[in-house]
Design a protein. Structure first.
Length: 231
């Protein structure tokens, strides 16, 4: 497979267990124990995905993720022993693509990694979706608005792709969760709101007078694109 995974975990047994399972699945794995080691490593050699613990010496995982998002869209899966919902949502608002709670099954981690990498390394033919001034190029993993590049996380890209592919459809949170992750469970559905919030903000930076993604109360989300918007 040849894809590179960076595991940032200060508990040696957990890090080595994850490494063994991921290497068994065909990935190349690098281990780091401290949060302050991550940024220099990623800037020197961008991995295909990062498994990032929240509680780390040197720099906590939230701050590591926030700094990474300043210069890279590399997928990040947070690992946390905290169960409070606010911690999970904070991780996603800082730019994480998914989270896993300890204790976890190593097989579940491998499945999550594969699901995220399927989104970021598509093997299907290139597709191009256009809606007004928004252009989504699936082959290049690129979204532009009025020819200005939009920096999106893999999940934000997947949400926009699902909505643009069916502009007249109302999606439930569960349907959006399945469309971007390939699986669905209750905790993940609740994070869709955070990703939609972040996606809306990024779009509004380019289209400040338009609310492109509408909330359908009691159901979910749909595109609400002005029919007369110029390309």
């Amino acid at each position: 497979m040849g894809l590179n995974i960076l595991i940032v975990e200060d508990e040696k047994k957990i890090a080595e267990l994850l490494r063994d399972y991921l290497e068994g699945a065909g990935y190349t794995v690098v281990l780091k124990e401290r949060g302050d080691q991550v940024i220099p490593h990623v800037k020197g050699r961008v991995p295909d995905l990062i498994l990032l613990d929240i509680m780390l010496p040197g720099m906590d995982g939230m701050e590591v993720c926030r700094q990474i998002r300043r210069f890279s869209n590399v997928p990040v899966i947070m690992i946390t022993a905290r169960v409070e919902e606010i911690d999970r949502l904070m991780g996603l608002e800082f730019g994480a693509d998914d989270y896993i709670c300890k204790p976890f099954s190593p097989r579940e981690v491998v499945a999550r990694v594969k699901a995220v990498l399927r989104r970021t390394h598509p093997v299907e033919e290139e597709k191009r979706l256009t809606l007004g001034s928004i252009v989504l190029d699936e082959g290049k993993r690129l979204v532009t608005i009025k020819e200005q590049k939009l920096r999106l996380t893999p999940i934000e890209f997947g949400l926009l792709k699902a909505l643009m592919a069916h502009p007249d459809r109302i999606f439930t949170r569960g349907e959006l969760a399945r469309s971007v992750s390939g699986y669905e469970f209750e905790g993940y559905e609740r994070t869709i709101d955070s990703h939609i919030k972040n996606l809306r903000k990024k779009i509004s930076d380019q289209l400040p007078d338009q609310q492109i993604i509408a909330t359908v109360y009691g159901f979910g989300y749909k595109l609400d694109f002005p029919s007369g918007e110029d390309s």
